[in-house]
Structures are given as C-alpha cells and as structure tokens.
Design a binder for this molecule. Structure first.
Ligand SMILES: Cc1cc2nc3c(=O)[nH]c(=O)nc-3n(C[C@H](O)[C@H](O)[C@H](O)COP(=O)(O)OP(=O)(O)OC[C@H]3O[C@@H](n4cnc5c(N)ncnc54)[C@H](O)[C@@H]3O)c2cc1C
Length: 394
C-alpha cells in the first residue's frame, strides 16, 4: 500500500467507489480504504431502485444525472455490469395528494426527466395485475427501474483500478489526522497515509470516524428490512417498480419470478456492527398484506428470503455532501437516508469535480450542505406527501 495519495477515500460502498472512479478518471492518485469488503455496508443490502421522482429538484437532479450510467454503463464506465433493468417506475399517492403529484411531475419534466401523469386505466394497461381502486392518477417513469447494487460498486471499483486507483479491502481507516483545520493524513493498521484530501463515505459508521474531529450531524443508523416473494403461476411475468404511498410500501421484480418489497417500518437507532440481519416474522406477514393490496396475486406468493440492512438517517432525511467545516480537504458523503444508491454515480462525479475544480459542475450541491442543521435550514420539497422522513420510498 502506498503511504502517500492525492486523495484517500474511506468506504468501499457505491459512493466511495464512484468517487474513486471519477477521481482516477481525471488522473488523480487515489487510494480507497474499505474495512471489510466492497459493498459490505448499505450498498450490498440495497433495494437499488432507480427512480427520478422526488419532491425536490436537488435529489432528482442527482438521480437524473446518474441514470445514463445505469443505461449506458459499458460506454460511460467500462468494466462490469450494474445489472440495470428498465422496467419503469410508478409513484402512487393518496388522492388528496394528486395536486402535489402533478406539481412534482411538472418539476421533473422541467428538469428534462421522462415522466408523466397517467390514469388508472393507463396503469392497468401497463400492469394488468395492479389494483387501482384507491388511486385517481399515478406518476410514470418509463426509463427508471432497478439495478444490482453490489455489481454497481464492483464495476466502479474495477474501472477505478484500471485507471490506477489503489483499492484496499480489509483495511480500516482508524483515524483522520489533522493539523489545525487542515487534513494531513489517514491512520490505518498498515501505516499512515499522507494526504491533504480525504473523502469520508463510511455509511453507518460515520459517527465513529467523525466524533474524534468534533463533528456531529445527528446521524442515526436505522435497521431496514426487505422480503422476497416468489410470484405464483397465475401472476403476470413481471411488473413495474411501485412506490406505493397509500400502502406505505415499495416493490420491484427480483429475477424472473420474484418480487422484492419493503414496507415503512424502520427500527431506529441500531448498532451498525451488531444488528439482526434477518427478517422479522410479522414484517413478512405485513409485507405480503400490503403488497397484495396493490397486486392481489401476491396474496398467495411464497416467502423466499429477505434480509435487513442499515440506512443512516440525517435529521431531515437527505444526504450531506459537503466539505466538512472547519476542515479544509475533508469531504463527506454522509447520512444517505436510505436513498443514495441511485444517485451515487452523480455524487461521485460531483465530489471529484469539487476536489479538482473547486466546485461541483454537474449538480449544485448547496442543498446538501452540512451547515443546514445547525442553521435550522432543514431541507424539504415544495410539495411533500408527508413521507419524506422515515421514508420507505427508497
Ligand atoms: C434495505 C435497504 C434498501 C435500500 N433501497 C434503496 C433503493 O431502492 N434505492 C436507493 O437509491 N437507495 C437505497 N438504499 C440506500 C442505499 O443502499 C445507500 O444510500 C447506499 O448504498 C449508500 O452507499 P455508501 O457508499 O454511502 O455507504 P455504504 O454502502 O454503507 O458503504 C460504506 C462502506 O464504508 C466502509 N467503512 C466504514 N467505516 C470505515 C472505515 N473506518 N474504514 C474503511 N472502511 C469503512 C463500510 O464497511 C462500508 O462498506 C437502501 C438501503 C437499504 C439498507
């Protein structure tokens, strides 16, 4: 392991590997440290929905700038395959929020996102197995879908290595060394790496790494579960992704015959190093009930597996992507709030631009500033559905 680097990236999830790739692509000498294995954190457990529909333009812009990576990985990144499935995404809300849905679709269209408001009849034409009695319209994104989250991180890492990045698995960053307000190095069990720039993307272990620097953003690791059900023979061959507000659930295809789903019931404040990685029995029952409320054939689907992972909530349910004052050269991608898989390609690109050019060019990151909490400027959209905090809509 080289003991000097232009930039050290801490964390080998999708955000760390994306950042390493974008830095290496621009000739920066980058070292990435991953304490376990690549994608071992939230990334490996992700539902990996890729959708543009948010209630604010900032997250949507990051998602929109990331979509071409999933759609054209071979040309944009090169090695690997993120396993992108463009099955389309449907966003459903309670009818009392229809005006907000229309306003958000208009906002997205203004950004150039391919989305429209469709009727229940249109939706049944897309998916004959869907139940639409409780909705009066839906937002439809034909180019969205889902991906393989671990494969995405592996692909970024492989591409970064091909551009001479040093990627080290099983090496923990034990401390970030500073001299006053300047970053000067990263400590590891294999020695100290001298560097003036560090990108901290450690997922749920952010608090442990940042506390010695006096940085506390109120980040909370929460346990989130996922269930996979095998669809029965009378169900259709596949279905779109649903983000289903009325049933407080989301579901997407998994393989040829499975449906992967999550419901809005996070376990708050868990230890990211010691938590139950399995699925609770009552969560399975509740998931099947809620999924069947949207796609009735799922009432008899067989439970085939599931897991639990960790998301790291920030106080307003949106990420922090910033240079972490008062330190110069210390960048953070923190508080993913359960929604930063789909945005990771653009996040890595923006952070690389910031480090190299002094500012992000691709998306304005001001909304993601770390200082917003202390200033009481919490981030929210103009037309929320009331589900942005403890949001199941990954
Ligand atoms: C169940 C579930 C469903 C989700 N569904 C979606 C979805 O549908 N769509 C979506 O966009 N997002 C979703 N997310 C969120 C998404 O997975 C995360 O936002 C994203 O993976 C975060 O990536 P990351 O690289 O920031 O963090 P992580 O993937 O957590 O990576 C951090 C890495 O840093 C390493 N690390 C930590 N500390 C150190 C250290 N000191 N030294 C070295 N390495 C260290 C860890 O081992 C880990 O591998 C979901 C998350 C979960 C858990």
């Amino acid at each position: 392991m080289s003991l000097t680097a232009d930039v050290v990236v801490i964390g080998g999830g999708v955000n760390g590997t994306s950042t390493a790739f974008h830095l290496a692509q621009r000739g920066v000498r980058v070292t990435l440290l991953e304490r376990a294995s690549l994608a071992a954190g939230s990334t490996g457990k992700s539902g990996a929905l890729v959708r543009m529909h948010y209630t604010n333009p900032h997250d949507s812009a990051l998602a929109q700038q990331s979509l071409p990576y999933f759609q054209g990985w071979h040309d944009v990144v090169g090695p690997g395959d993120p396993g992108y499935r463009q099955v389309g995404v449907v966003r459903l809300v309670q009818p009392r929020f229809d005006d907000r849905l229309r306003a958000n679709v208009a906002m997205l269209q203004g950004l150039g996102v391919n989305t429209e408001v469709i009727s229940p009849d249109d939706l049944r034409a897309l998916d004959p197995g869907v139940q639409t009695g409780d909705i009066t319209c839906a937002a439809w994104e034909p180019e969205s879908g889902y991906a393989d989250p671990a494969a995405t991180a592996f692909g970024f890492a492989e591409a970064a290595k091909g551009l001479d990045a040093s990627i080290h698995e099983g090496v923990e960053a034990t401390a970030i060394e500073t001299d006053g307000e300047r970053v000067i190095g990263v400590m590891t069990p294999l020695g100290r790496i001298a560097t003036e720039t560090v990108v901290v993307a450690p997922g749920a272990r952010a608090n442990a790494l940042l506390a010695p620097l006096g940085l506390d953003y109120g980040l909370q690791p929460n346990r989130v579960q996922i269930v996979i059900m095998r669809r029965t023979a009378d169900d259709g061959p596949s279905h779109p992704v649903y983000i289903d507000g009325p049933n407080n659930t989301w579901l997407r295809p998994e393989g040829d015959f499975g449906t992967l789903c999550g419901i809005g019931r996070d376990q708050l404040g868990v230890n990211p190093d010691f938590y139950d990685e399995g699925v609770d029995f009552d969560y399975i029952v509740d998931s099947r009930t809620r999924c069947a409320a949207r796609r009735p054939a799922l009432a008899t689907a067989f439970m085939r597996g599931g897991w639990a992972g960790i998301i790291t909530m920030s106080p307003d349910g949106h990420a922090i992507i910033d240079e972490l004052a008062p330190y110069r050269g210390l960048f953070g991608i923190l508080g993913d709030s359960g929604t930063n898989f789909k945005t990771a390609p653009a996040i890595g690109k923006c952070v690389a631009e910031w480090i190299i050019e002094g500012a992000s060019q691709t998306v304005d990151l001001h909304a993601f500033r770390a200082s917003r909490f202390a200033a009481g400027e919490l981030f929210s959209g103009a037309h929320e559905y009331g589900d942005s905090l403890l949001d199941v809509f990954r």
